[in-house]
Design a protein around this ligand. Structure first.
Ligand code: NAD
Length: 475
């Protein structure tokens, strides 16, 4: 199978091709067009040409087409989920039941929302001020390889619904489902040039896209290193930067332990641990630390690692051999830094023969972790949990904040005053109290510090995809 770029409504051959690999088996799934400056320029030109007519359409008409795309995703959900699982190693229980349905919801949600964009009025005795919201123009949408389909739709849906046109660049490691999205967009009747897709690598395709002078806004999800590079190279544009994380999951000794344990296991081991909002630093109050650590490790040992297409599997393969090597390097590092490995480690999990070459790793739990260790400070982005003890509320907040990142956070306590104080004290874009990460599409999603700038979701997406204009009329 060959995957082409989508430019101006047409499938465009690559000058070169690269392979996308099934990380569970190392089988080649497809050859994918590798884009460069020429393809980026053509895609931006197509998006620019399509913009005036698309922006001028009444919101209700755009909404109809965007909703139709949601319907087509829903109609093809099992096929898309399977492709996503094969391309990324994310388990089918999640792609099928959560991530692809959420992608359809993104289109339904923003289809409705674009018909409700309103403005503000600021009357004075001499002037009537009012606000207009205009679409921004051509937007660069850049997605990482973890949950790629959901992330791409989280960007494409508001971008298009609000009247912008787009050039989407997926990660080179997970291009397949976005290619399908492009086909479905045309089938939904979204005009040619409104959604363009250039496949390829960061340096060759991503960089020229971000630098392009006709690109007005960049919605980027990926690592902090790349985010910094983009901001420096792109010049003056609107930015939404959804970057890395190393989120604290704080458990006080008065927490509902059974629920906290479930949520802690879920937040580090679901999505293969390849999750930006993972609760990867589990801070546990000293009085319950030993008991919690033992129960947590027991749970981790029981997690099924294996074929991501099997409904029972909890952890599939890491996305690539390179990423597997990175995760393994941290598993090796932990004991050298003085952490105690309670389970997991470098031995390959027991797997059937057809998965012998896959990028699998055992869920690993480190206890006695000091927050200053590298395993606690750096984003591992795999199924590796760090259990860190803390003394009291002040210590919990201080350790939570002693990190470059500030994406998500989790607080578990039955003390309502403490819950609010700690939620307010943690430096993060999001805090979940007595809960795992639960999304409502109206919430502002995003992080602070090295985890990014800007928020997306609900009216927060205006910041990226709409340009406010104040009109002052002399009375
Ligand atoms: P990455 O930064 O390596 O790549 C992300 C995307 O950027 C890819 O499409 C890549 O090709 C492209 N890219 C690379 N160099 C580029 C450049 N110079 N200019 C333009 N584009 C370039 O990240 P990744 O490894 O694909 O994804 C994992 C990271 O993403 C983790 O750090 C994770 O925390 C983060 N992430 C954040 C969120 C969030 O919402 N905050 C969500 C998911 C993932």
């Amino acid at each position: 199978m060959r995957i082409q770029h989508l430019i101006d409504g047409r499938a465009v051959e690559g000058q070169d091709y690269f392979e996308t690999i099934n990380p569970a088996t190392q089988a080649v799934l497809a050859e994918v067009a590798a884009g460069g400056e020429a393809e980026v320029n053509a895609a931006v030109a197509a998006a620019k040409a399509a913009f005036p007519a698309w922006a001028a359409k009444p919101a209700a008409e755009r909404a109809k087409l965007v909703r139709k795309l949601g319907d087509l995703i829903a109609a093809h959900a099992p096929e898309i989920a399977r492709t996503e699982t094969m391309d990324t190693g994310q388990v089918i229980a999640q792609t099928g039941k959560q991530l692809v349905p959420r992608a359809a919801d993104n289109f339904y949600y923003f289809a409705e929302m674009c018909t409700r964009v309103d403005g503000h009025t600021y009357p004075t005795p001499t002037h009537l001020n009012y606000t207009l919201f205009h679409p921004v123009g051509v937007c660069a949408l850049i997605s990482p390889w973890n949950v790629p389909f959901m992330t791409a739709t989280w960007k494409v849906a508001p971008c298009l619904a609000f009247g912008n046109t787009a050039v989407l660049k997926m990660s080179e490691l997970s291009p397949l489902t976005a290619a399908r999205l492009g086909e479905l967009a045309l089938e939904a009747g979204i005009p040619k040039g409104v959604l363009n897709i250039v496949h390829g690598f960061g340096k060759e395709a991503g960089e020229p896209l971000c630098r392009h002078p006709d690109v007005r806004a960049i919605s980027f999800t990926g690592s902090t290193v790349t985010g910094n590079r983009i901001v420096q190279a792109a010049g003056l544009k609107k930015f939404s930067m959804e970057l890395g994380g190393k989120s604290p999951f704080v458990i006080f000794d008065d927490a509902d332990m059974a629920r906290a344990l479930d949520a802690a296991v879920f937040m580090i081991f679901s999505n293969n641990g390849e999750r930006c909002t993972a609760g990867s630093r589990i801070l546990v109050q000293k009085s319950i630390y030993a008991d919690f650590a033992q129960k947590f490790a027991e749970r981790a040992k029981r997690i099924t690692v294996g074929d991501p297409l099997d409904e029972q599997t909890i952890i599939g393969p890491m996305i690539s051999t390179g990423h597997l090597a990175k995760v393994r390097s941290y598993i090796e590092l932990g004991p050298k830094e003085g952490a105690t490995m309670l389970c997991g480690g470098l031995d390959a999990p027991d797997l059937p023969a057809h998965l012998a070459q896959g990028n699998f790793v055992r869920p690993t739990v480190f206890a006695d972790v000091d927050n200053r260790m590298r395993i606690a400070q750096e984003e591992i982005f795999g199924p590796v949990a760090c259990l860190i003890p803390f003394d009291d509320e002040a210590d919990a907040v201080a350790q939570s904040n002693d990190i470059a990142y500030g994406l998500s956070s989790y607080v578990w306590t039955e003390n309502i005053g403490r819950a609010h104080r700690v939620a307010a004290g943690i430096e993060a874009g999001m805090c979940f109290v007595n809960s795992q990460n639960v999304r409502d599409l109206r919430q502002p999603f995003g992080g602070t510090k090295a985890s990014g700038t800007g928020r997306e979701g609900g009216t927060w997406s205006y910041e990226v995809f709409l340009e406010p204009k104040n009109v002052a009329v002399s009375l």
